[in-house]
Ligand binder design. Structure first.
Ligand code: VAH
Length: 320
């Protein structure tokens, strides 16, 4: 891979993945892009940036030819909560955007495509204590439907066109650079910001809601490790389960109280509770461990300590 295009480079994962890939491949070799939201200063000032809409294939093709792109990372997506408000928008962005990426990658004979999936592929019929790598995939959200369809489409393009496609079923991702937007797991980020700013948080899911979660440094490590894995050794392609830790909201609150003893949490479940309840508590990621050596580093307490430190420093500087 010499010239990587990141689509969705202003999102929670895309913004940090852009900087991580620029550190590895060189600033000028990682082209960041999004539809219209302005990028962060760090992304804008560190390398090339383009505005275009992935649902417009001609615009995508033009950018890929302009920079001689040979790999695409497509992080553009409408997530679970917003996807339930606007299901056809989620289908358009998540599926028509994906089809354009795959078609352009075949047309330009690209070396690699990375397409994220999610634990949102799981639903009723999936063993909810620990979702196996191979299991029933009957999601109850449009976002989940697009992720199952996306995994199937990617595997078709691997076997039909010989495209090198890789993908991960991300758990909830927790970070302190770019706020997430429109997801069900967003509470796991907001709880830290509100704990630092207000000493309290009102959570939109119940205390005993337990989901697979991951700290951003592990998310970046897993994504880049998979991008750099030997494709010939992979038995799976676009659908690797990726696990790190699982915890309830109550356990998160207890972890925060170790550093902010007076922290208070209340619970006001909304429509996102049903989405969270349809997802598994944990995932079996033995395929990722066996096929490309996946190994997470962070647990709940080491993540909490780092999150509160970084967010606390931002708060002191008046940045949040
Ligand atoms: C969401 N953060 O909540 C995303 C994610 C695991 C869920 O895909 O929709």
């Amino acid at each position: 891979m010499k010239k990587i295009l990141i689509i969705g480079a202003v999102g929670q994962i895309g913004s940090e993945l852009t900087l991580a890939l620029r550190n590895i491949y060189g600033n000028e070799n990682v082209i960041a892009s999004t539809r219209k939201t302005p990028p962060s200063d760090k992304v804008r000032e560190s390398g090339p940036f383009e505005f275009f809409d992935t649902t417009n294939k001609d615009d995508l093709l033009k950018v890929c030819k302009k920079y001689e792109i040979d790999a695409i990372v497509n992080m553009a997506a409408i997530l679970s909560a917003v996807g339930e408000k606007y299901p056809m928008l989620a289908w358009d962005v998540n599926m028509n955007g994906l089809i354009n990426v795959l078609e352009v990658a075949v047309e330009l004979k690209m070396k690699q495509v990375l397409i994220p999936s999610s634990i949102a592929v799981f639903g009723p019929g999936t063993p909810l204590d620990c979702a196996p790598q191979e299991t029933v995939l009957k999601p109850t959200t449009m976002y989940g439907v697009t992720k199952v369809a996306g995994e199937l489409l990617c595997d078709y393009y691997v076997q039909r066109f010989g495209l090198d496609i890789r993908g991960l079923r991300y758990p909830g991702i927790i970070s302190n650079e770019t706020l997430p937007g429109g997801g069900t797991t967003d509470y796991a980020v907001a709880i830290y910001y509100d704990a630092v700013k207000y000493g309290k948080y009102t959570c939109f899911v119940k205390e005993d809601t337990k989901l697979p979660m991951m700290y951003m440094p592990d998310c970046l490590k897993g994504t880049i490790d998979l991008m750099q894995a030997d494709f010939s050794k992979l038995k799976h392609h676009s659908d690797f389960n990726l696990g790190a830790m699982s915890f309830t909201v109550g356990e998160m609150a207890d972890s925060i109280k170790k550093y902010i003893p007076d922290f208070e949490i209340t619970y006001e479940p909304d429509f996102r509770q049903a989405i969270a309840d349809s997802w598994p508590d944990a995932v079996d990621d033995s395929a990722a461990k066996e096929e490309w050596g996946w190994k997470p580093s962070y647990d709940l307490d080491t993540m909490t300590q780092d999150m509160l430190k970084v967010i606390g420093e931002k708060h002191k500087k008046g940045l949040i």
